[in-house]
Design a protein around this ligand. Structure first.
Ligand SMILES: [Zn+2]
Length: 311
């Protein structure tokens, strides 16, 4: 009950963007998912009522029909692949821009951003933590070829690094989301550093390339000098936040008009039925794609819009 009160207080507190980000951010315990879900406004279902919408109902199984399973990987934009997941295809993403809107420097303070400056009608999907390791989700991304960027928490993924290698093999990148999901502004600078560096090393070893980006749990502390310094010491070259946060059926928007904008970064989580009121990861992700499709956006690869520092 006080969970709900807390959520409402946070939503309506003036200038509480950071707190809002905190509440809508990643789960650190069993209650956060429910708290976030409580933030979904009653009017949050899409107003457009697009006839193209084909999101599965909550009661429907998220899995594909076995008889519809193709023998080979369908091509991008393959309507049959989308139909298998009860979805309307998204528009194809435009080619990656040659001149990257985000250019990262090799040294010095790292930028903090929650959107990318672009006129392309694209959004970027990021998925955090790593708790749910649903094989069906690998199948879904294999079929749909929707790019995602993963911000992984070491202690949440270390029991099965291999799961995320399967997603990486689809072309998706792995980024740093701390050792154990600490709330960074609540811990001293040295601990902030170890939270990042002690995740950076194993993620680099496991996935073969150093994470380029860092996301603090809950978005907390993103704009503090202490966190910026710690990130610089450990290797990532930017701090990435988000504009929308996917709940179960809809996104929570920071924009008052509850609309996606070109270049928005969307936050989702590796979550399963325990945190999604019985829905599966693929059902949640299908709903996310439906919300994006209804608004006419493509999903582009975040890293295609970022120029990494010269080696
Ligand atoms: Zn998180």
């Amino acid at each position: 009950m006080n969970r709900h009160a807390r959520s409402r207080t946070t939503v309506y507190a003036a200038g509480a963007l950071a707190l809002l980000a905190a509440v809508t951010g990643c789960t650190s315990g069993g209650d956060s998912g429910a708290a976030s879900a409580a933030l979904v406004p009653a009017s949050g279902s899409p107003a457009s009522g697009s006839p193209a919408m084909a999101a599965p109902s909550p009661s429907r199984s998220g899995g594909p029909s076995p008889t519809a399973s193709p023998t080979g990987g369908p091509a991008a934009g393959d309507a049959a692949a989308w139909a298998k997941w009860h979805l309307t295809p998204l528009p194809p993403a435009p080619p990656a821009p040659a001149d990257k809107p985000v250019k990262l420097a090799r040294t010095g303070p790292v930028p903090v951003f929650s959107e990318v400056k672009t006129s392309d009608k694209v959004v970027f999907v990021t998925i955090d933590d790593g708790a749910e390791k649903d094989p069906k989700f690998v199948e879904m991304l294999t079929d749909l070829k929707v790019p995602v960027s993963m911000f992984l928490t070491r202690d949440i993924v270390k029991d099965d690094y291999g799961y995320f290698k399967r997603l990486q093999a689809l072309g998706n990148h792995i980024h740093n989301h701390t050792v154990d999901h600490a709330q960074m502004s609540k811990v001293p600078p040295e601990k902030q550093k170890s939270e990042i560096c002690d995740a950076q090393a194993p993620l680099t070893q496991q996935y073969g390339t150093p994470p380029l980006l860092f996301r603090p749990p809950y978005g907390d502390g993103a704009n503090t000098p202490a966190l910026n310094t710690a990130v610089q010491q450990c290797g990532p070259r930017a701090i990435v936040l988000w504009r929308e946060s996917m709940q179960i059926h809809d996104m929570q928007y920071q924009a008052a008009d509850k609309k996606l904008r070109a270049g928005d970064i969307v936050l989702a989580h590796f979550r399963g039925p325990k945190d999604l009121k019985g829905e599966t990861m693929t059902q949640m992700f299908g709903e996310l794609l439906a919300r994006i499709q209804e608004q006419g956006f493509a999903v582009a690869r975040l890293e295609d819009y970022i120029e990494a520092p010269a080696a």
